[in-house]
Design a protein around this ligand. Structure first.
Ligand SMILES: *Cc1c(COP(=O)(O)O)cnc(C)c1O
Length: 396
């Protein structure tokens, strides 16, 4: 293992803080490193491996499609993208889909749709209000929308037209709205920002404000969507509908993909020549996406996810009661986090890994848990036993 890690340090950009294990193989909720050690994976590739590792439905779809056709570009029609777009549209409040390859790209496209609409129909308005602690990706437009100053500052100047208001504060949003505002962009649950759930009525108030002022509501469901919170879309639980929605992470079970969904009237503002991407709507990625969504619907995975969530939350609450170091259980569905302290949380990540459980830190003081949507009861139990022991050890 250490030989690979040495070679990595010689040849790759050193822009990630990687955990010191080399992962070679995965199945369901488990992964194995190059020395044969097994880990329960409660990171889930950062909410990407929605059906676990190498799910047979996903590998079969990708295998069949890659033998048939891997890539031709958007100069031509291919069938998997049409099937996936149909599934997304028929199972969301929106009408049309644009495919790309990552979350950041989906955000870029959503920004361009909003700006094009402003340019065509709203006297050139282009301002977008986003949230403090919101996360939208690392490309410059997505970064400009991201609400963490520390991520943006070293790369300034940012594209203009973005400002940030505190999350869960409707008054701040209203005060920040001006004659140039065209859209509000936010996550239905903030993921990277620390697993921050909207307060009661907050998203409804945002929706109402957008309606009153003629603003577009862009929801970033890149982390929270595709069943992660126990409903296909996180926004369903708040009783609202977006005008534009970005999807990515869990959509293709591990294959790189992103998608923007929009109302018909908005999608129509992007005309040939306005936007595109060579790899977007890739047949293998979109075939994998079709397999993921069909599997979720045909096997009632959303119900299984809600049950798994109940079990996991119950165990986490028991830890909260038993262990003074645990100050809070956060999140919905299988997008969960434990609040600890910034001294303890990184140690817990290491102690868990050494005991065969992968979890990750969001913010210095929180541990995030995002297992596969199909995680099994005994895997939840084993993970919680390890997590509890790790927290005890880290605080003793
Ligand atoms: C991960 C994430 C992104 C960025 O996606 P990438 O695929 O890393 O570009 C954007 N928004 C949210 C909410 C995310 O969690």
């Amino acid at each position: 293992m250490s030989e690979w890690i040495e070679r990595e340090s010689k040849y790759l950009f050193q822009n990630y803080g990687r955990q010191p294990i080399v992962l070679e193989r995965g199945e369901g909720s488990c992964v194995w490193d190059s020395e044969g050690n097994e880990y329960l994976d409660f990171v889930g590739g950062l909410a990407v491996t929605s059906l676990g590792h190498s799910h047979p439905a996903v590998t079969a779809a990708a295998e069949v499609q890659s033998q048939r056709l891997i890539h031709v570009s958007n100069l031509y029609y291919t069938t998997p993208m049409i099937e996936l777009a149909e599934l997304l549209v028929e199972n969301s409040p929106l009408d049309r889909v644009f495919f790309c390859n990552s979350g950041a790209e989906a955000i870029e496209a959503a920004i361009k749709v909003a700006r094009r609409y402003g340019y065509d129909e709203r006297d050139g308005k282009y301002g977008i209000i986003a949230m403090q602690d919101g996360f939208h990706g690392r490309s410059l437009g997505a970064l400009a929308a991201t609400g963490t100053t520390r991520y943006r500052e070293p790369f300034e100047p940012m594209p203009s037209g973005f400002n940030h208001v505190p999350w869960n504060d409707i008054d701040a949003l209203q005060a920040a709205t001006d004659e140039n505002t065209i859209a509000v962009l936010l996550e239905p649950i903030q993921g990277e920002g620390g697993v921050n759930v909207p307060g009661p009525g907050y998203l409804q108030a945002v929706r109402k404000w957008c309606d009153d002022k003629g603003l577009l509501l862009i929801l970033d469901e890149i982390q929270a969507g595709i069943g992660r919170t126990g409903t296909l879309w996180a926004h369903e639980q708040d009783g609202i509908e977006p005008d534009i929605m970005c999807v990515a992470k869990g959509l293709a079970g591990g294959f790189p993909i992103g998608a923007v969904l929009a109302r018909d009237a908005l999608a129509g503002h992007l005309v040939p020549g306005d936007h595109g991407t060579t790899f977007g709507a890739n047949p293998v990625a979109t075939a994998a996406g079709v397999a993921v969504l069909r599997y979720i619907f045909e096997n009632d995975i959303l119900t299984a996810t809600r049950r798994a969530s109940e079990r996991l939350v119950m165990r986490l609450r028991q830890m909260e009661d038993a262990l003074p170091a645990v100050t809070e259980v956060r999140g919905r569905g299988l997008l969960l986090a434990l609040s600890l302290s910034s001294e303890v949380a990184p140690r817990v990540v290491t102690l868990c890994r050494e005991r065969g459980l992968l979890v990750n830190n969001v913010r210095p003081d929180r541990i995030r848990l995002m297992p596969a949507l199909i995680v099994e009861d005994d895997e939840i139990d084993r993970a919680c036993d390890i997590l509890e022991e790790a927290i005890r050890l880290a605080t003793s």
